[in-house]
Design a protein around this ligand. Structure first.
Ligand code: FCB
Length: 455
């Protein structure tokens, strides 16, 4: 049987985030996060739930590490809850919160699994939101201090540091369409937030490097390749707009120390920025943002095929029939990952690249024998791994892959109905059942190869 072997040392992992799995929202001195507040507001979460209990990982982390070990994972990407460590965002450190991550990191190392730590996966301390949140430059200062505290405590054992997860989502969903906490709908605020998130990335990277000079530090972006629906000039412009709004707005400052001129002009034209440009950018900010990174993390979930509608607005065109979409309503398009990797390598040359999230929501649950058969998830991961394999053959330095997610968890505004896990979680009993995709993933990890035709 022919195989697609990955390079020796390729890192295989799975990813989660604190608010989506930990629960224990009120325990051991954890402060309130913007997601606690947001989820408690009427109508914010589709099924009316919250992450207050989630997967109860705060108490079940040993069992979860045992599952990871059984899958032979080389790394586990998880995030630290800022409000557990510094409950008010600034000031007093909560040692009990740090102790939890200390135990988790030791437990992972004992199991032979590299801790791949994300400092911010969206659970901002509410106390900081009350003072302006990411729209305020002070939050960037606070984040650098938080990074300092965590890296001082865990820096001797953490393998890899990610500052932020998906600045586009923080900015856009948090402050522009309001689908995520803190639920603001104000484009100028979103742009200030995006800048302060990037700035805080640069400052946090410096803080981590001061404490742990050898530590690999990077950032995770969600990137979406954009192409025009037709060859019409308007549709090509819609694709350019999407690429600027979604990808280059973050890649250009990080790798070229500038914001993309055309995308800034788009924002000025819409009245989201004054004609003078970006009032919140101060001298030295772009140098801090663009300091050299040790890797780039890319989260990939799909592509955007764009057209300009009658009203002159860019919009994405659905490309797949409804019955082929995942439960999120997303198209499955592995080729987009190959194309994206080749493009990012060509235009920005980050090295190495990790695919820090990739996965699909399908509801498949236990049958009468308690087995979870989820062939569509296996197809999804296999297809995307083949796309990565082709990108590596084309010279893109991809060094690892993290399945999203280890566990079925709290999928933000969708609640618990969207299941991305390799492992089924019964959210009433907290029973975990590895799905067939978990067994398939284990075999892939052990072989360091995607075996053609294997289930
Ligand atoms: C990403 C998030 C992650 C999860 C997946 C489905 O945008 O980083 O927490 O919600 O989408």
């Amino acid at each position: 049987m022919s195989t697609a072997p990955f390079p020796p040392g390729f890192l295989w992992g799975a990813a989660t985030s604190s608010y989506q799995i930990e629960g224990a929202a009120g325990e051991d001195g954890r402060g309130e996060s913007i997601w606690d507040r947001f989820a408690n507001e009427e109508g914010r979460i589709a099924d009316g739930t919250s992450g207050a209990v989630a997967c109860d990982h705060y108490h079940r982390w040993r069992e979860d590490i045992a599952i990871m070990k059984s899958l032979h994972l080389g790394a586990y990407r998880f995030s630290i809850a800022w409000p557990r460590v510094i409950p008010a965002g600034v000031g007093a450190v909560n040692e009990a919160g740090l102790d939890f991550y200390d135990r988790l990191v030791d437990g992972l190392l004992d199991a032979g699994i590299d801790p791949f730590v994300t400092l911010y996966h969206w659970d901002l301390p509410q106390a900081l939101q009350d003072r302006g949140g990411w729209a305020s430059r002070e939050t960037a200062t606070a984040f650098a201090e938080y990074a300092n505290v965590v890296s001082r405590r865990l820096g001797d054992r953490v393998a890899t540091w990610v500052t932020h997860n998906e600045p586009w989502c923080i900015s856009h969903h948090g402050h522009e369409d309001g689908e995520h906490a803190p639920g603001i709908q104000d484009p100028p605020t979103a742009l200030a937030a995006a800048h302060h998130v990037l700035l805080s990335h640069g400052w946090a990277a410096r803080a981590i490097r001061e404490n742990v000079p050898e530590a690999p530090v990077g950032i995770v972006l969600n990137l979406t390749p954009a192409s025009p629906a037709t060859d019409r000039a308007e549709d090509r412009d819609a694709a350019r707009w999407m690429d600027g709004f979604f990808n280059r707005w973050f890649l250009d400052p990080l790798y070229h120390a500038r914001y993309p001129e055309d995308a800034v002009a788009d924002r000025i034209a819409r009245g989201h920025l004054p004609s003078s440009g970006m009032p919140f950018v101060e001298t030295g900010d772009l140098e801090a943002i663009a300091q050299k990174l040790d890797f780039l993390g890319i989260n990939y979930y799909g592509r955007a095929v764009m057209r300009m509608n009658e009203g002159g607005r860019p919009e994405s065109v659905p490309m797949a029939p409804k019955d082929e979409l995942t439960d999120m309503g997303w198209e499955v398009y592995p080729d987009g990952l190959h194309d994206l990797l080749v493009r990012v390598n060509r235009d920005y040359a980050p090295s190495p690249i990790y695919i820090t999230e990739n996965g699909a929501a399908y509801a498949d649950g236990p049958d009468a024998d308690g087995r979870v058969s989820d062939p569509r998830r296996i197809d999804f991961h296999r297809g995307h791994l083949r796309a990565i394999h082709r990108a590596i053959a084309d010279g893109v330095p991809v060094a690892g892959y993290f399945a999203w997610s280890l566990l079925d968890n709290f999928e933000w505004a969708h609640g618990y109905k969207k299941r991305f896990g390799l492992v089924w979680v019964d959210h009433d009993t907290q029973t975990r059942i590895p799905k067939e995709s978990a067994a398939w993933y284990r075999d892939t990890v052990v072989a360091n190869a995607v075996v053609n035709g294997s289930l």
